[in-house]
Design a protein around this ligand. Structure first.
Ligand code: MRU
Length: 351
């Protein structure tokens, strides 16, 4: 992935530069965020999106928050920083990577409370960049661990966007395809459009075409038919939060795809980093599901497609039960038949 989804520009007084993903694929525009309010807004409005990418955005957001705290007293600084962390955490509730990223930053600050505020600010910037660099390595590892599931001649279905745009680069679900392509395999990818915000058509189709991977766009309601036609031999999707038993929250519609895959005897793979696991929750029923504005459904991309005043329900994610998941591909290895035991065996204790 040649484009930087998100990057830090400059030193501790610098800013975040990110691709405004709401404008893709018709416009490639970089936006600078130089305070917590602007990065909160960028996360909330999906200018930056995808679980690992918003983990990085949150971590860099903490650096922006730290920059604006004008005290030399460490105790005061840490108290103010806790407020920054709380504020950034209020942007989106489902992807646990956000909370993982900002907590890691908070921990870094507290672990260095013997240092000066200036030094802590420097360390926070280093930590945010470390999180981003680690993600690049993790995504490649996920690609390596998952590419074996893509064999010559298969058709694979993916839902939403779990590509380079959703991570530091290279992606999770799409990393599996990128790596398989690098290995010289011939395969086709079917990309679900992903209503209502069209991450599949706007972002996944775009990324795969750039990588010269054979991609075919379908509307979400076509997946069953395409499976019945025998065009799909595996499903690979990303994740926003995975419970200790392997239940997985991902973009709305993923659960339905998992049921379709089961019905057609098609393996269903989830590709995600360890930071997407939330081992503090036993099952998917505890995952908070974000509800977004009705206008995304009634007025998508500027055209009204529903009567004024109609009631709308717009959950942004759903939970695929572990029993529908063939395996979860992580950087630490593959969790076959996810269960509390198999998750624990591959992950060990949460880092
Ligand atoms: O609402 P979004 O676009 O942030 O949802 C993104 C997804 O559901 C992705 O599949 C998930 O975050 C994994 S990204 C590697």
């Amino acid at each position: 992935m040649p484009l930087a989804t998100i990057e830090w520009v400059g030193g501790v007084d610098g800013c975040i530069r990110l691709i405004d993903q709401t404008l893709l694929p018709t416009e490639l525009k970089y936006v600078n965020c130089d305070d917590t309010k602007s990065i909160w807004h960028a996360i909330k409005t999906l200018m930056v999106r995808g679980a690992p990418a918003i983990g990085i955005a949150g971590a860099m957001g903490v650096v922006l928050g730290a920059k604006a705290i004008g005290t030399d007293e460490v105790d005061v600084f840490l108290r103010e920083l806790n407020k920054v962390v709380g504020y950034l955490g209020s942007s989106r509730p489902t992807a646990v990577n956000l909370f993982w990223g900002i907590s890691r930053m908070e921990h870094t600050a507290h672990a260095n409370k013997g240092k000066t505020v200036k030094q802590i600010k420097e360390l926070l910037l280093q930590e945010a960049i470390k999180i981003q660099n680690e993600d690049k390595i993790i995504c490649r590892k996920i690609g390596e661990n998952g590419a074996g599931f893509i064999t010559d001649g298969v058709g694979a279905l993916t839902h939403c966007n779990a590509g380079g745009l959703a991570t530091a680069d290279y992606g999770t679900a799409l990393a599996v395809f990128f790596k398989a392509k690098e290995q010289g395999k011939q395969f086709k990818v079917y990309a679900d459009e992903t209503r209502p915000l069209l991450q599949g058509s706007r972002l996944t189709a775009w990324e795969l075409m750039q990588a010269e991977i054979d991609v075919t766009l379908i509307c979400d309601n076509m997946a069953a038919h395409v499976m019945k036609l025998g065009k799909i031999q595996c499903v690979v999707v990303g994740a926003d939060r995975i419970a200790a038993n392997g239940d997985t929250a991902n973009k709305i519609g993923t659960y339905g795809v998992s049921i379709l895959a089961k019905e057609h005897g098609i393996p269903f793979y989830v590709a995600a980093p360890v930071s997407t696991f939330d081992l503090s929750i036993k099952s998917g029923s505890e995952i908070p599901i974000e509800e977004r504005s009705p206008e995304e459904v009634t007025n998508g991309f500027g055209k009204r497609t529903a009567p004024e005043g109609v009631k709308v329900f717009n959950p942004a994610f759903d939970v695929t039960p572990a029993k529908n998941i063939t395996a979860i591909i992580t950087e630490k290895g593959v969790i076959h038949k996810p269960s509390p035991e198999s998750v624990q065996a591959v992950l060990g204790r949460r880092v």
